[in-house]
Design a protein around this ligand. Structure first.
Ligand SMILES: NC(=O)c1ccc[n+]([C@@H]2O[C@H](COP(=O)([O-])OP(=O)(O)OC[C@H]3O[C@@H](n4cnc5c(N)ncnc54)[C@H](O)[C@@H]3O)[C@@H](O)[C@H]2O)c1
Length: 318
């Protein structure tokens, strides 16, 4: 039997929704507290408890941690890359301060383990495009990337100085059929499937040959759980682990979709997110995660495309 009591922030978001369901499967609904900005509604989450909570409200967060005797926090609430550029100062505050509060609570012994996601947005300008290593110099050019880089350094600081067990993954773009994307640069790779089914065409805001690393949600969730289950002494990266997933361009993804929907057509009209995408790597070296905690993937581009279309057709009743 588990003794972990889990709090998830941002539990109603793209990752949170699916991670919450998996944590409930593993630990039982009674041991999982979901939290988010929205009001509680029936069937909102599979967790037994839901707290409507702004993560910036330090006092309330502490109270919730104490009330439920939380041991482990999956802190997912943040402003994503596209939205952060529109509200830079707010994004900085939201993406950093609550993380520090959780690290402080761990330092005080109130909680024992934290998961906090970083992003491939930390890499930035001047970094080699292909097979980007764990320890390259980070040079983010976006508010989101800067906040993730700083967050990573804070995680390492709290581990080094105070032994805080905070674990992190640099997620690439995540693709899922269950929940819509939340304002990230890689959202095109989710939207394209909806429009392929409904309209048989899609206008991509990322140009045809821009490659970005992507990961199917099932693989992202399993990787997160694997990292959190790994023995602490096996972990050698205390900033955030590289995760590569798969790499493809809008053109390559469109070709995969065309195999399943032959009449599908793609067109291109770049917007502000193209510049963000250009500052990101095309592929990532995740050999350290593979070595430290046996990271592995189930989905490639073709398996993912088939699974997305199959599930979205059911969801959209098409
Ligand atoms: N989805 C991706 O492709 C991706 C890639 C890399 C990293 N990440 C990181 O993973 C985490 C989760 O991402 P996601 O895609 O699920 O994002 P999302 O935007 O879908 O979900 C984030 C959730 O946080 C909530 N939230 C926002 N402000 C809040 C606040 N003040 N208090 C409480 N809740 C608040 C939102 O309402 C939303 O439900 C984020 O830290 C993000 O930076 C995501």
């Amino acid at each position: 039997m588990t003794t972990e009591k889990i709090l998830i922030t941002g539990a109603l978001g793209q990752i949170g929704t699916e991670l919450t369901n998996r944590l409930v499967e593993i630990h039982g609904a009674e041991n999982v507290v979901a939290s988010g900005l929205d009001r509680w509604q029936k069937n909102l989450t599979s967790a037994a408890y839901y707290e409507r909570m702004d993560v910036s409200n330090t006092q309330l967060v502490r109270q919730v941690i104490k009330d439920y005797e939380i041991t482990t926090v999956y802190h997912l609430a943040s402003l994503l890359s596209g939205t952060s550029e529109k509200q830079p100062l707010f994004a900085w505050k939201l993406n950093i301060e609550p993380l520090l509060n959780f690290c402080e609570m761990a330092r005080e012994g109130l909680i024992s383990k934290i998961f906090w996601p970083s992003s491939i947005a930390v890499f930035g300008k001047g970094i080699p495009k292909e097979n980007v290593g764990q320890d390259v110099v980070l040079n983010p050019t976006t508010v989101y990337g800067i906040s993730k880089m700083a967050g990573e350094k804070w995680c390492e600081y709290y581990f080094d100085k105070h032994g805080v067990d905070v674990r992190s993954i640099r997620y690439p773009g995540l693709i899922s059929w269950k929940t819509p994307a939340g304002g990230g640069t890689t959202d095109y790779a989710v939207e394209i499937f909806y429009e392929a089914i409904e309209e048989k065409k899609y206008k991509s805001y990322i140009t045809e040959n821009t490659a970005m690393p992507m990961l199917y949600m099932d693989d992202a969730i399993e990787a997160t759980l694997q990292l959190m289950a790994a023995p602490k002494e096996k972990l050698t990266v205390h900033t955030s682990y590289n995760l590569g997933g798969m790499t493809f361009t809008p053109k390559e993804l469109a070709a995969e979709i065309k195999k399943e929907i032959p009449e599908f057509e793609i067109s291109y009209e770049a917007d502000f997110r193209q510049k963000i995408a250009e500052s990101w790597p095309a592929s990532i070296d995740d050999s350290i995660a593979k070595k430290d905690w046996d990271l592995n993937y189930t989905f490639d581009i073709s398996e993912m495309t088939k699974d997305m279309l199959k599930n979205l057709r059911i969801k959209l009743k098409k």
